[in-house]
Design a protein around this ligand. Structure first.
Ligand SMILES: *[C@@H]1O[C@H](CO)[C@@H](O)[C@H](O)[C@H]1NC(C)=O
Ligand SMILES: *[C@@H]1O[C@H](CO)[C@@H](O)[C@H](O)[C@H]1NC(C)=O
Ligand SMILES: *[C@@H]1O[C@H](CO)[C@@H](O)[C@H](O)[C@H]1NC(C)=O
Ligand SMILES: *[C@@H]1O[C@H](CO)[C@@H](O)[C@H](O)[C@H]1NC(C)=O
Ligand SMILES: *[C@@H]1O[C@H](CO)[C@@H](O)[C@H](O)[C@H]1NC(C)=O
Ligand SMILES: *[C@@H]1O[C@H](CO)[C@@H](O)[C@H](O)[C@H]1NC(C)=O
Length: 369
């Protein structure tokens, strides 16, 4: 096989005329190409919603598939990354482009993580809008249905990484891009001018059945799956972001509020009520609270206690949610560059209406100077 044929070609990502059940297979090699590449910016009828969004991995692109499940007590998050660690803000000697990260919280509130999982070539297959992937050599893979209704993660890495088992997702709310629904195949796929976002599963009924570090992690909760991508390193694109998802009463909510280095704010929100979207797109105003917290945040060593989230739902009025607890699942700060993910309880609903309670996950990504 020619070296270049190892890289999935631009034509196959953006040009193929695919029927709903058309299958395409992409192989993401373990070394970045030394070239300019292209990323998906606008939805296209013929390409998979949850497929690869970057024509090839170069030193600054990233394209990841993120999954989580959260309950009132426990959570787990998994990131299947294609892109170097430098592309997500952590310059390192690691030359590999494919890896997996897993972390979460036991039902008793104690944090856990799985060692960094470097991968061989990632084989990503799309059928219809769905994706399946085998991060070769790791024992980690997933499959989905063509219409995004179900995802299933299989992990077989007991001897290597101390983790084995399955995670299932049965979607409860339809997919969306940052600014448009899955049905709108003319929607922009961008959240900011250089950051793509496709949320295949905004909310799901999920079951986690794993062995982690010799102990059983078994719980049911609400699942979530999305992907982000970009052609520039994440730290160049974003100064700060707040993201989260939660199940609160009848509502499935997802929020994203990002600031670029010029102080320009980009936001998107999603609310489904009993599985029917009532909000897809701007705006979600997400503000941190806690001792010593200002907005915009500038001190990377102060982790927010939580967030106030205000979502304008047009004719349905304004919805407001607050997080009311915080258990840190993962946190890192490296000279102003950092990432924190936490599990939280939420309260809220339509302003002036009934307040509901629920739970979810949020994260804070920051690249301060
Ligand atoms: C990767 O491709 C993008 C888009 O063409 C380009 O802007 C960027 O400089 C490239 N990165 C590297 C390290 O070649
Ligand atoms: C919480 O549960 C995990 C998994 O059973 C266990 O390894 C850990 O020691 C527990 N933490 C505490 C503080 O009891
Ligand atoms: C993933 O690929 C490896 C290497 O080709 C293979 O041994 C393994 O069975 C595959 N796993 C799945 C779940 O298909
Ligand atoms: C999605 O596909 C699954 C099987 O792949 C099917 O059972 C289900 O009815 C489909 N859902 C919709 C809404 O078409
Ligand atoms: C940032 O916050 C920490 C913890 O409160 C504090 O010790 C430090 O002085 C603050 N840094 C700046 C630049 O304000
Ligand atoms: C969120 O918290 C703020 C500040 O405490 C409060 O004014 C507001 O009413 C709360 N909103 C909800 C939906 O609980």
């Amino acid at each position: 096989m020619k070296a270049s044929s190892l890289y999935f070609s631009l034509a196959s990502v953006f040009g193929a005329v695919a029927a709903l059940d058309a299958t395409s297979t992409y192989i993401v090699p373990t070394a970045p190409v030394d070239a300019d590449v292209s990323i998906a910016t606008n939805a296209v009828v013929s390409t998979a919603f949850d497929g690869p969004k970057v024509s090839a991995v170069n030193g600054s692109t990233f394209d990841w598939w993120y999954f989580d499940v959260v309950s009132a007590k426990a959570s787990i998050s998994l990131v299947f990354q294609t892109g170097t660690t430098a592309s997500v803000g952590y310059p390192s000697v690691l030359e590999l482009t494919n890896y997996i990260q897993v972390a979460g919280i036991w039902p008793n509130g104690t944090q856990f993580s799985v060692p960094f999982v470097p991968s061989g070539p990632a084989v990503v297959t799309t059928v219809g809008d769905g994706s399946s992937a085998n991060f070769t050599g790791t024992g980690f893979s997933w499959t989905s249905t063509p219409n995004l209704s179900k995802y299933f993660i299989t992990i077989d890495a007991l001897e290597t990484y101390g983790i084995k088992g399955t995670i299932s997702f049965r979607s409860l709310a339809p997919a969306h891009y940052g600014l448009g629904s899955v049905a709108d195949r003319s929607s922009s796929e961008l959240l900011t001018p250089k950051l793509g976002w496709a949320n295949a599963v905004p909310d799901a009924e999920s079951h986690v059945d794993l062995i982690v570090g010799g102990e059983q992690l078994k719980f049911s909760g609400r699942g979530y799956h999305d992907k982000n991508w970009g052609s520039q390193a994440l730290n160049d694109i974003v100064e700060n972001w707040y993201w989260g998802h939660a199940a609160v009463g009848p509502y499935s909510i997802v929020f994203f509020d990002a600031l670029d280095h010029n102080g320009v704010e980009y936001t998107a929100a999603y609310i489904a009520e009993s599985g029917s979207p009532i909000k897809v797109g701007p705006t979600a105003i997400v503000r941190p609270f806690g001792d010593g917290i200002t907005y915009p945040q500038t001190n990377s060593s102060i982790i927010p206690d939580g967030f106030n989230i205000v979502i304008d739902v047009g004719s349905r009025g304004v919805f407001e949610f607050n997080t009311t607890s915080r258990i840190i699942a993962e946190t890192l700060d490296d000279g102003g560059y950092g990432y924190t993910r936490a599990q939280a309880h939420f309260v809220g609903g339509q302003v002036g209406g009934k307040k509901y309670t629920g739970y979810g996950l949020w994260d804070w990504q920051h690249f301060y100077q």
